[in-house]
Design a protein around this ligand. Structure first.
Ligand code: SAH
Length: 390
């Protein structure tokens, strides 16, 4: 099937941009399971790809050659992706990482993570999901060592569950994985999340390597407490993990336990972070290190939070309860906030609070989260470490 795209879209595709939007198509076309050829207004071939509705757009380019999209095509993508991650496969201290990162590895709409010898597939649109037999067959050829797999359905279908078994052996629950020799308990078939966000491994590594030794750490939006565990393993004197979700309490306790760490020096608080800031100020609590890693958007009874609008408030509240010489770990995965804008938001808030500050470290996605320069929004993670003197 041929899909005609506009002149403007033609320019984008020629620059290597892989994602199509509704307005890029000359005529509206309903996605089908079929792979398609994108052609220009004159009918000349531009690229092979597919139409599939997802949050980011309505289709992806797979190749700028007029080649068949079939098992061998996917096997080649998986082989290249595997080679690019050789060092992760060789590193026995880290057993969970991303093995296929969507458009970064040539197939927008599919992400695959490895947890020990199990894979977790995330399908971002119906079209790829409908082609999964061929895609999974190619995956099994290239990754015979993967003994079982689960899948996450990240498009709205109404019928399918968010998570289900895909093939092979079932993983134990919890499945213990290692990252820089620290153990994390993961659950591969519980909703969309597994217990650890693999994109933060280099930040956790920094915390576990002595940067926060002897210091107290407050972990805001802590989820399962992974940053706290890394910091404690790196010699932090005490940690406090704050998350609104009730499940965060047993999940965080478990992450400490699987590393043989007790809970006396590791507090877990189920509370809205904005309430916690007030509580800590009232109790005159201070922390040497504060980690701020909120979701891009969050809604609760009282208010709507978005990184783009409210991150500065978090920074200002943090300064109030930071020690006289403190470290702020400011992180976001908001794709709609550029690195420059994020840095500006943080620094403006620090100026408002009239403290001295210095950016001492910064992180982006690790190499297993492969990105391409043509698709900047794919490079979503921004983490800055600020030394702050009050
Ligand atoms: N920093 C974590 C990931 C955070 S995920 C890590 O690296 O592992 C976002 C978390 O923020 C979720 O667990 C969610 O429950 C929590 N959350 C959202 N809004 C919140 C709020 N207002 N106060 C506290 N936690 C909140």
């Amino acid at each position: 099937m041929e899909i005609r795209v506009t002149k403007q879209a033609e320019k984008k595709l020629r620059r290597g941009y892989p994602l199509l939007q509704k307005e890029d198509l000359v005529r509206e076309v309903k996605p089908t399971k079929q792979w398609v050829s994108f052609v220009n207004e004159a009918g000349r071939f531009l690229a092979k790809g597919y139409l599939g509705e997802q949050n980011k757009g309505i289709g992806w380019v797979l190749s700028n050659k007029d080649e068949p999209i079939q098992l061998a095509f996917f096997a080649k993508l998986f082989t290249t992706a595997k080679k690019a991650r050789e060092r992760y496969f060789l590193d026995e201290t880290t057993t969970a990482f991303r093995i296929f990162n969507g458009e970064g590895d040539g197939l927008g709409g599919l992400i695959i993570d490895l947890y020990e010898s199990y894979a977790v597939f995330s399908w971002y649109n119906q079209t790829l999901f409908q082609n999964k037999e061929e895609i999974v067959a190619a995956f099994k050829q290239v990754f015979p060592e993967v003994v079982g797999a689960y899948e996450k359905i990240r498009f709205s279908d109404g019928k399918l569950p968010e998570s289900q078994w895909l093939y092979g052996k079932e993983a134990p629950e919890p499945l213990l994985v290692k990252e820089n020799n620290i153990t994390y308990a993961t659950y591969l078939n519980e909703g969309l999340m597994t217990g650890i966000f693999l994109d933060q491994k280099e930040v956790r590594e920094a915390l576990s390597m002595g940067l926060v030794a002897g210091k107290s750490l407050l972990n805001m939006f802590s989820y399962t407490g992974a940053f706290s565990v890394a910091a404690k393993m790196g010699g932090a004197s005490q940690t406090t993990s704050v998350d609104l979700a009730k499940r965060s309490l047993p999940k965080t306790r478990e992450q400490f336990e699987v590393n043989g760490l007790g809970l006396e020096e590791n507090k877990i608080v189920v509370m809205d972070v904005f309430e916690y800031f007030k509580y800590a100020a009232r109790k005159d609590l201070h922390f040497d290190v504060i980690v701020l890693d909120p979701p891009s958007f969050a809604r609760n009874k009282k208010k709507v939070f978005s990184v783009a609008k409210n991150y500065g408030d978090l920074v200002e509240d943090s300064v109030d309860i930071l020690s006289a010489e403190g470290l702020l770990v400011a992180s976001t995965n908001a794709a709609n906030v550029s690195r420059e804008k994020f840095q500006k938001m943080i620094e403006e808030s620090l100026k408002n609070k009239q403290v001295r500050f210095k950016k001492v470290n910064e992180y982006q996605l690790p190499a297993d989260f492969k990105t391409i320069p043509e698709f900047e929004e794919g490079n979503y993670l921004k983490v800055f470490f600020y030394k702050i003197t009050k």
